[in-house]
Write a protein that binds this ligand. Structure first.
Ligand SMILES: NC(=O)c1ccc[n+]([C@@H]2O[C@H](COP(=O)([O-])OP(=O)(O)OC[C@H]3O[C@@H](n4cnc5c(N)ncnc54)[C@H](O)[C@@H]3O)[C@@H](O)[C@H]2O)c1
Ligand SMILES: N[C@@H](CCSC[C@H]1O[C@@H](n2cnc3c(=O)[nH]cnc32)[C@H](O)[C@@H]1O)C(=O)O
Length: 420
């Protein structure tokens, strides 16, 4: 276990230092189920590969993130951390990390301005490596001359963040190499699909306490997140309709056994709408107007723009009917918006379970180690997670599950390599 030290004078801004003991218990709960991180940590501890390195982190402050941050710290990193979403920080975890000597700038319920200020505080720490989720930290770093000169590389956790970085690269403006952790198979296949599939329904159920069996659930977007959410909703007895803009993904959804339609056609029958696109303005006023009384709206994708919350808030002042549930009256009908349109799994529930974040954060930790060691040889572009790392993470995960798999025989390797 990690030694705690008192650091009342540590720079940072959190809700309440007294929550640290609760945060430690939560951290330990996750740690026990994230054995892969512990394995990587213990393998590298003696060498201290991050000794003296300043790491700036912008991730959802959850128990799983505390396991990653503590592992990086125990490999020598000095850490400043903020939240990747104004509403997702777990205050007990923030207090625990602060107690452990990290510069923590995060609390639940930041305003947009405070959220940006926390990101600036992380940059003011002068990190050499930046680890982000969604691209806000990278974007802020690119606007600051000082930060650009100090940062040698970074990592990115999620699909939308990788897209933003790819756009910077395409414009010739990317200033340091970044590893797209999201694009590792051991990340998106499990985190985006199974992690979001489970935690999104968890968030919706905690917020609403509704029965899903027999409901009409509309899933917007059939990427990895949409696939996970649609399959879990079906598993709970819902009738699922998928909406898409990509014709191939639409066929995929159809052949996976879901109804596929335009959102405007699905709107009148839907009981629950879940956006999983990373896009803006997916559910709009024209759709709200067609929805039935009691429809529930949730976002599992990116920022609070997938559901046009601006149009909703412009209709009337909402009534807070339960935690994370606001009621709007649109066209004489009640619509219920969850988590203010922000990622429902991280705001109304606890985000993904530790077992799945162990895979994502094993990729993060190994990618941070890779950047620390190789940044001067890396091109300024968005890099894939090295295949060796991806495969290593899968092997660690299988090991943790006690599963052994076959190896190719010499004959099979030869057969595969030959053209006959
Ligand atoms: N909540 C979480 O914990 C969590 C976890 C992982 C990823 N994400 C985020 O979820 C989003 C989706 O991630 P992904 O990995 O599935 O991405 P993806 O690119 O695989 O899938 C997105 C899908 O949405 C579709 N789409 C785009 N615009 C649409 C529209 N207007 N209507 C219907 N479909 C539309 C695209 O065609 C695509 O198939 C991203 O923003 C990602 O960052 C969230
Ligand atoms: N910053 C954006 C991005 C969407 S969150 C998407 C990412 O959250 C990550 N995530 C999901 N659950 C957890 C968790 O419990 N802890 C830390 N990160 C998580 C997951 O890896 C995924 O890629 C926003 O808040 O709108």
């Amino acid at each position: 276990m990690y030694r705690s030290k008192h650091c009342e004078s540590m720079p940072g801004k959190i809700a309440d230092t007294k929550l640290a003991a609760k945060g430690r218990l939560s951290h330990e709960w996750a740690l026990r189920r994230m054995g892969i991180i512990e394995k990587i940590r213990s393998k590298n501890e003696r060498e201290q590969p991050l000794a003296g390195l300043r790491l700036g982190i912008c991730l959802h402050i959850t128990k799983e993130t505390s396991v990653l941050a503590m592992a990086a710290k125990s490999l020598g990193a000095e850490i400043a951390i903020c939240s990747a979403n104004p509403l997702s920080a777990q205050d007990d975890i923030a207090a625990f990390l602060y107690e452990q000597g990290m510069h923590v700038y995060a609390w639940r319920g930041e305003t947009k301005a405070q959220y940006q200020q926390c990101i600036q505080s992380v940059l003011a720490f002068k990190p050499a490596i930046v680890t982000d989720d969604g691209g806000d930290l990278h974007a802020a770093a690119h606007c600051q001359q000082k930060a650009r000169n100090i940062i040698v590389g970074g990592t990115e956790e999620t699909t939308s963040g990788v897209k933003r970085l790819a756009a910077l690269q395409a414009a010739g403006k990317l200033l340091y190499p970044v590893i797209a952790v999201n694009n590792a198979r051991t990340k998106y296949l499990f985190d985006n699909r199974h992690g979001t599939g489970q935690s999104t329904l968890d968030g919706i159920l905690r917020a609403t306490d509704m029965l899903l069996a027999g409901k009409n659930v509309v899933v917007c977007g059939y990427g990895w997140v949409g696939k996970g959410v649609a399959s879990r909703a079906r598993g709970m007895g819902a009738t699922v309709t998928v909406t898409e803009v990509d014709p191939v993904r639409a066929i995929e959804a159809k052949m996976d056994g879901f109804a596929v339609s335009r959102l405007s056609d699905a709107a009148p029958a839907g009981d629950v709408f879940i956006t999983c696109t990373g896009q803006t303005g997916v559910i709009r006023k024209e759709h709200f107007l067609k929805m039935k009384d009691g429809a529930v709206l949730a976002n599992a994708g990116h920022f609070d723009v997938e559901i046009d919350t601006g149009a909703l808030y412009a209709t009337a002042r909402p009534t807070q009917v339960r935690p994370n549930v606001e009621r709007f009256i649109v066209n004489g009908k009640r619509l219920f918006l969850l988590s203010k349109g922000r990622v429902v799994n991280l705001v109304a529930a606890e985000g993904h379970p530790p077992e799945v974040m162990a895979l994502s954060f094993a990729n993060q930790l190994l990618s941070i180690l890779h950047v620390a060691k190789n940044h001067d040889k890396m091109e300024r572009k968005v890099h894939s997670v090295p295949e060796k790392i991806d495969e290593q993470v899968a092997r660690y995960a299988l090991g943790a599950m006690g599963i052994k798999i076959d190896e190719m025989t010499k004959e099979q390797r030869h057969y595969q390599a030959s053209s006959s």
